[in-house]
Design a binder for this molecule. Structure first.
Ligand SMILES: Cc1cc2nc3c(=O)[nH]c(=O)nc-3n(C[C@H](O)[C@H](O)[C@H](O)COP(=O)(O)OP(=O)(O)OC[C@H]3O[C@@H](n4cnc5c(N)ncnc54)[C@H](O)[C@@H]3O)c2cc1C
Length: 459
């Protein structure tokens, strides 16, 4: 006989979306079962955000060691010991994993380790055990996609294998110039590799404002990162010594590795979703603004829900679902208010609408933009970084987009996100005092300029 347990919420998947829902639901005194086949923390903690950012930090240190002589500090980059870099990366992940396991246990979430399947609209089955939920949250996450005919294996890898490489490639072709591709390109270049990015769309980081994409390309070019944009991959072969990549325009590249970074697909196959009548589109689970699926009391959170595939969106959705189930009537999450950061060198950070999106949505003659160059920002000069802040506002209306490029601009996104989410007017922000000398001041100065009173900016 199968064992049957009843909970207020059964959550399928313990990644950013699933564990956030579990922790918040437990806080709200609900009984929770969290089903996880692998490790709680999911992609973000074990194969995504955290390990990549650890590698990017090591990469930044390598660049600093190479470039510090220009600041009068003479160092010599001896070597990258990738074993030690991986140890550092793994120790960061390990500490956070331990902390998260502690949180899950302390909040009395029942963590059920095993592969779950939705066998009834209110039931997840794990190894013969039936977990019945008054509510069910689907949060099974995503996987690295590939292209038809492009097989992963050997020298053709995805981000999962890239994060566990125990050698530094001398040369890499990166297929895909989005966030993940550009972050790995940045790391490998800093570690000394020859890197070429292939992107089918006309620009790298193609979802960003066009001005940012162009500046990003200039910066990558300057770093010696090569790229082919607006051209599609055709085929790859591999042998003992290299991968041989061919593009549709006939160009060929040989390299140690091909990283396939062409996006992430929803991990929803064979989990019983379709059988239980959950409405889906190309593998994604369709949910309304309250994250309800079409089946009563079944919710979805994270990368399986169409939209930005980001950990902080997953956290927010998880919290939202728990509060929704608890009857707290939370305000729906506004997708355009979710910040986006590419943590390469240079960094890109943005929130809200690009200039093109704002013009398409509100009319080309109703939008004003302003670019503030980091050349006028003291702290950016101290750090030796170039870049700019670009503001997009509606005429006589609020700021609807903030876009930034330069070292460390990811750390500035918090203020930018408040500005866009609170629909601030330039005068609202221009009157706030920003600390000097910070890079944050660049945002303040951009708003001074937009409010018609530029200080450290050429009119
Ligand atoms: C290389 C890389 C870098 C990234 N960097 C960033 C970043 O810097 N910032 C950012 O915001 N986002 C980043 N992301 C994206 C981020 O990792 C995801 O958006 C986030 O992890 C999605 O959370 P999720 O809960 O939807 O899914 P996941 O984190 O994928 O979690 C899903 C969990 O469900 C489990 N699961 C699936 N099916 C079953 C089943 N049948 N039974 C039991 N368990 C199951 C899986 O084991 C997994 O643990 C990155 C992703 C990658 C790949």
């Amino acid at each position: 006989m199968t064992e049957e347990n009843v909970y207020d919420i059964v959550i399928l998947g313990g990644g950013s979306g699933g564990y956030a829902a579990a922790l918040r639901a437990a806080e709200l005194d609900m009984s929770v079962a969290l089903v996880e086949a692998d490790k709680v923390g999911g992609t973000c903690l074990h194969r995504g955000c955290i390990p990549t950012k650890a590698l990017l930090h090591a990469a930044e240190l390598a660049d600093d060691a190479r470039e510090s002589a220009q600041y009068g500090v003479h160092t010599h980059l001896e070597r990258i010991d990738i074993g030690e870099v991986n140890q550092y990366k793994d120790s960061v992940v390990g500490r956070l994993y331990k902390g998260l396991q502690g949180l899950v246990a302390a909040r009395k979430v029942e963590l059920v380790n095993g592969w779950g399947r939705l066998v009834a609209p209110d039931t997840v089955e794990v190894d013969g055990r039936r977990l019945v939920g008054r509510n069910v949250v689907l949060a099974s996450g995503s996987y690295s996609r590939t292209l038809p005919g492009l097989e992963i294996g050997g020298r053709v890898i995805t981000s999962d294998a890239a994060l566990t490489l125990d050698w530094v490639p001398k040369s890499v072709v990166v297929l895909g110039g989005g966030v993940i591709g550009c972050e790995f390109a940045s790391v490998w270049r800093s570690f000394g590799a020859e890197v070429t990015i292939i992107e089918a769309l006309p620009h790298l980081v193609p979802n960003e404002d066009a001005a940012i994409s162009k500046a990003f390309e200039r910066a990558f070019r300057k770093r010696g990162i090569a790229f082919s944009t607006g051209v599609r991959f055709e085929s790859v072969t591999q042998d003992d010594s290299a991968v041989h990549v061919r593009l549709e325009d006939g160009k060929t590249f040989d390299a140690d590795l091909l990283l396939v970074a062409v996006g992430r697909g929803p991990a929803t196959a064979d989990l019983g979703y379709e059988e239980q009548g959950i409405a889906m589109d190309r593998g994604f689970v369709l949910a309304d603004e309250r994250l309800r699926t079409n089946v009563q009391n079944v919710y979805a959170a994270g990368d399986i829900v169409p939209g930005l595939q980001l950990a902080h969106r997953g956290f927010a959705q998880g919290i939202f679902v728990a509060e929704q189930i608890a009857g707290l009537n939370p305000a729906p999450i506004v997708e355009s208010g979710i910040p986006r950061v590419t943590y390469s060198t240079p960094e890109v950070a943005s929130v809200g609408l690009t200039e093109a999106q704002a013009k398409a949505e509100h009319g080309a003659d109703k939008v004003t933009t302003l670019e503030y160059n980091l050349g006028g920002n003291g702290k950016s000069q101290i750090l030796g970084t170039q870049g700019f802040v670009k503001l997009v506002r509606l005429d006589d209306g609020p700021v609807v987009g903030v876009h930034m490029i330069g070292a460390r601009v990811g750390e500035l996104i918090g203020e930018a996100q408040l500005i866009v989410a609170w629909e601030a007017y330039p005068d609202d922000v221009a009157s706030l005092v920003h600390a000097h000398p910070t890079q944050n001041e660049a945002l303040g100065e951009a708003f001074l300029a937009l409010a018609g009173k530029p200080l450290h900016a050429h009119a």
